[in-house]
Design a protein around this ligand. Structure first.
Ligand code: ZN
Ligand code: ZN
Ligand code: ZN
Ligand code: ZN
Length: 243
């Protein structure tokens, strides 16, 4: 019912396979809303007559949106810092060695202030994020560089899949995200786990679909088989882009 209202198509990329679709908070206030209304978004949306603060996105686009939100947050902090003192001449100690703003409790990490030299929080944040991207790029390239199911090759949509279902063990051992990628590079990409490059859609879609990517099978455990069959027939007749 929720998708009947918000649409059976990703607002950003037009993905039609419902195995990849989810409800997204337009204004990125998901955490706040969850606190006030509980965790079942579909029930909540129905109760409030499907308010326009939600939209249909695929997992890939929702993931990219979150990355963009974090990047935006960095820019906002930077604009605030325009009012702070900048280095102009003389000894550079106590100023960010990239953007030249004064290092204070607000603008820099404590260890940097103690040192007197280094990067402010913004420059450090951007540096960390670029480095994390480079490490992730290295890992993904070594493992094939594209989603092994659908061929997606944009880095911000890629993740590591565990076809043996031991992802939790791997994360317990090596951490997740950047920490896992860093450890993989350190271990020269040798791992006792079987790893697979997947896009977020194929990875999370399979997780929600009893381990089978919705590209392969449209049978899903959390929706009505009868209803799905009808919709699937409709789609197959109307569109040639379905796999
Ligand atoms: Zn999408
Ligand atoms: Zn700086
Ligand atoms: Zn994929
Ligand atoms: Zn797939």
């Amino acid at each position: 019912m929720a998708f009947n209202h918000y649409g059976w198509e990703c607002e950003r990329c037009g993905e039609l396979n419902e195995g990849f679709l989810t409800l997204d908070h337009v204004n990125d206030d998901g955490a706040e809303l969850r606190r006030s209304f509980g965790s079942n978004l579909y029930t909540w949306a129905k109760k409030f007559a499907y308010p326009p603060i939600l939209q249909t996105l695929c997992y890939n686009c929702q993931w990219v949106k979150e990355i963009q939100r974090r990047a935006r947050k960095r820019v906002v902090t930077e604009t605030l810092q325009e009012t702070t003192v900048r280095w102009k001449e003389g000894p550079a100690k106590g100023f960010c060695c990239r953007c030249k703003i004064k290092l204070t409790d607000q603008t820099a990490r404590p260890s940097i202030i103690r040192n007197g030299y280094g990067l402010c929080r913004c420059c450090q944040g951007r540096e960390d994020s670029n480095r994390a991207d480079r490490i992730k790029g290295k890992v993904m390239a070594a493992l094939g560089g594209r989603c092994q199911c659908c061929g997606e090759n944009r880095l911000d949509r890629l993740t590591i899949g565990h076809p043996e279902g031991d992802g939790n063990f791997h994360r317990q051992e090596a951490g997740s995200g950047t920490r896992m990628y860093r450890k993989l590079v350190k271990d020269r990409l040798v791992s006792r786990f079987t790893l697979l490059v997947q896009c977020v859609n194929c990875n999370y879609g399979a997780y929600r679909n009893s381990g089978v990517c919705p590209h392969v099978s449209l049978v899903m455990t959390h929706s009505s088989q009868y209803y799905r069959t009808l919709r699937t027939l409709e789609r197959t007749e109307g569109s040639s882009t379905l796999r």
